[in-house]
Unconditional design. Structure first.
Length: 345
């Protein structure tokens, strides 16, 4: 007789440990695991879940800023707003893939299909399936917005609609902000004042000006990741007339600007601590400086001709460097805010 603990998995059903490894691989690389793709891994790849932690960090910053300011926080509304942010990011990722495909920007030789499978071009989902996913996610997000709107009134609706319109306009005709050097400023506004400010307002019912300023340091890091990605894509974007900010500035100037954004994160955090907007404990972000140092040299020179062995998302290079720094610095900022809330300093 076979004991329960020794049961052989059914054909096609991966053991739990393998599933966890698959999910970790999809989350860390944005690529599907080798072999059979389970449904969860498939949707982690389709939604580009590997970058969703940036939005979770934004939501955490908003909630912790409210807690540190000793606001009367309605945490269930904060949780709804945080869920809405993540779903909005998912919808944005899906819409970008859909719109870029429809206008001909994405192809099998464009970086989007090289560093990770393009949802449609790879055959992971059909155009109709992708459109359906976009509609479903936006409908769920709309339901969350209705609840938040009833609870907090028109300002929270204005925040959400502004974010949605900018997200659509980022790639969709007629504006196509990314194509005219406005994609990077859009990310700064969305991941800063709109996301942090909107979540703070949903949680507390008002929005002090200092919170808007406090949203900027981490928003700069999110923008640095996009800058890195667009630097990586200069050869393709310049050829097809997509004038991202790095295409307009040129590679070297864009790399310098991205480095300045990352340095500005630390300067602004220190300034906000000095003003009392952030707790003293937020200075723990200085522990991320060694990570900045490790990426500074490769950011200061041209991209290598070939990727390092095992590098998972080539031809992206600068985007990966900026992302690992953003993950470290953002995590430490959240830790500092948590300590500040608990200890009051």
């Amino acid at each position: 007789m076979t004991d329960v603990g020794d049961r052989v998995p059914s054909p096609g059903v991966a053991p739990r440990s393998r599933l966890l490894r698959n999910w970790q691989h999809a989350l860390s690389t944005g690529n599907p695991p080798a072999g059979h793709i389970d449904p969860v891994s498939r949707w982690l790849v389709l939604t580009r879940a590997s970058v969703l932690p940036m939005t979770l960090t934004v939501a955490a910053i908003a909630g912790l800023l409210a807690a540190f300011a000793d606001e009367h926080v309605r945490w269930w509304l904060f949780a709804l707003a945080a869920a809405g942010l993540v779903l909005a990011h998912v919808a944005n990722n899906l819409m970008n893939d859909l719109f870029d495909l429809e206008v001909g920007a994405d192809s099998e030789t464009y970086p989007r299909a090289l560093y990770a499978p393009h949802p449609v071009l790879s055959g992971m989902i059909t155009r109709r399936g992708l459109l359906t996913a976009v509609l479903v996610v936006n409908v769920v997000d709309l339901a969350i917005l209705v609840v938040l709107g009833v609870a907090r009134g028109w300002p929270v609706v204005a925040f959400a609609l502004a974010g949605f319109l900018l997200s659509v306009a980022y790639t969709a005709p007629p504006l196509r902000l990314k194509k005219h050097g406005l994609g990077e400023p859009t990310v700064l506004v969305v991941w800063g004042p709109l996301m942090v400010g909107g979540t703070y307002y949903a949680a507390t019912g008002h929005l002090p000006a200092e919170v808007v300023f406090a949203s900027l340091p981490y928003a700069l890091l999110c923008t640095a990741v996009l800058m890195g990605k667009h630097i990586d894509k200069i050869p393709w974007d310049a050829r097809d007339g997509t004038h991202t900010l790095p295409v307009i500035l040129g590679e070297r100037a864009a790399r310098v600007l991205t480095q300045a954004m990352m340095v500005s994160f630390y300067v602004l955090v220190a300034l906000l601590v000095g003003l009392g907007t952030l707790p003293i404990a937020a200075l723990v972000v200085l522990l991320a400086l060694p990570k900045l140092v490790t990426i500074w040299a490769p950011f200061s020179r041209p991209k290598p001709a070939e990727p390092p062995e095992g590098f998972p998302i080539w031809p992206l290079w600068y985007a990966a460097l900026a992302f690992v720094h953003t993950r470290r610095a953002g995590g430490l900022l959240v830790l500092g805010l948590i300590v500040g809330v608990i200890l009051g300093w």
